[in-house]
Design a protein around this ligand. Structure first.
Ligand code: BT5
Length: 324
């Protein structure tokens, strides 16, 4: 427990040194004990620099995701109360849907290092190599079915906020499910649902993030449209810290969503980079072109065509043809 506290303090201070004295004071143990725990962390694969007059700081972390690193001090209300980590799975979304059907509690998170059959929307593939984050959470909101698409928007807000907080990158959202930086995709979301009549049984919100993978892992056509957080920041990302931040942001925004979905829509608007631009929306039957005017209460995209007709689109792929 003290070891985890020390680790969390060191993680939180990122590149700044924390003195042995401060660590001892904050954890309530002696400086010698602090040193012993630091040594134990080193044996677990953490690179910790110790400078006599300044203190300790983390210089490298083991890259594997472990529940024992993610859980301590997480303090979320719902999300991540149960965490399942797998080294390999076909798809975390498929597994989470199965677990949800068998009664897994709300907030259960399924994480995989590698997916062998990662899913995108509309039967597309999500390439899921080692070094990235593949996470699905089980949700059981008491909302009518037509509100379910808002869960994707809520998830996008949480992902963009986690990236901003953890990596310092001002990522934006492209309707409905892409997180972009400088026009390139760093994360995609896939929401699946099980429902009967108008009652939602459960929703699985799946998040794929391109974090530390080698860009060469992606086929050339996809590579041209994607990027990784590591290449954007120029340094390897602490995936554990990022997963923790993501679980916290999901917890926070899911809570906001349940109490007032308009607050989520407002935040989405401020992070979005679709509205106000000329767009082409495809994949929703006919292709629609026009000005992306906004989103409605159900998260659908409202497009004004050149002849003045207003079209509302529930699903599709957006290409921004002209920025405002
Ligand atoms: C998405 O679909 O963006 C949803 C991706 C959701 C992935 C997560 S990972 C955890 C959970 N478990 C799953 O099985 N899935 C979820 P869509 O908007 O349809 O985009 C798919 C398209 O993105 C593909 O057709 C490729 O062009 C491109 N793509 C595939 N892999 C990519 C990657 N790793 N990074 C960026 N783009 C990728």
């Amino acid at each position: 427990m003290y070891k985890e506290k020390i680790l969390n303090l060191l993680r939180a201070s990122r590149s700044a040194y924390l003195s042995g004295e401060e660590l001892a004071r904050k954890t309530g143990i002696s400086r010698t004990m602090v040193w012993k725990h630091v040594r134990a962390l080193e044996r677990e694969g953490f690179g910790i620099e110790a400078v006599p007059s300044q203190g300790y700081r983390i210089v490298s972390v083991p890259d594997a995701l472990r529940e024992s690193d993610i859980k301590p001090g997480l303090k979320t209300r719902v999300i991540g109360k149960e965490i399942h980590i797998l080294s390999e799975v076909a798809s975390t979304n498929t597994l989470a849907m199965e677990m949800a059907a068998k009664g897994a509690p709300e907030g259960t998170a399924v994480i995989a290092e590698v997916q062998t059959a990662g899913k995108g929307r509309l039967g597309r593939k999500w390439i899921s190599p080692k070094g990235n984050i593949h996470l699905s959470v089980i949700l059981r909101p008491a909302i009518p079915m037509h509100k379910a698409p808002l869960i994707t928007l809520m998830g996008a807000v949480a992902v963009a906020s986690a990236i901003r907080k953890q990596c310092g990158l001002e990522a934006g959202i492209k309707w409905p499910n892409d997180i972009l930086f400088a026009g390139k995709k760093v994360s995609g979301l896939l929401t699946e649902m099980s429902a009967e009549q108008d009652r939602i049984r459960h929703i699985v919100l799946g998040i794929g993030m391109d974090v530390n993978m080698e860009p060469g892992e992606l086929p050339e056509d996809v590579r041209a449209l994607a990027t990784t957080l590591a290449s954007l920041t120029g340094e390897k990302i602490d995936r554990t810290a990022l997963v923790r931040q993501l679980l916290r942001e999901l917890d926070r925004w899911y809570g906001v969503f349940l109490s007032n979905e308009r607050d989520v829509l407002r935040e989405w608007q401020s992070l979005n980079m679709t509205i106000g631009n000329r767009v082409v929306v495809s994949g929703a039957g006919a292709t629609i072109e026009g000005l992306a005017q906004g989103i409605d209460d159900e998260g659908r995209l409202v497009v004004r065509q050149d002849d003045g007709t207003i079209r509302t689109v529930a699903a599709g792929d957006v290409t921004i043809v002209k920025r405002k």
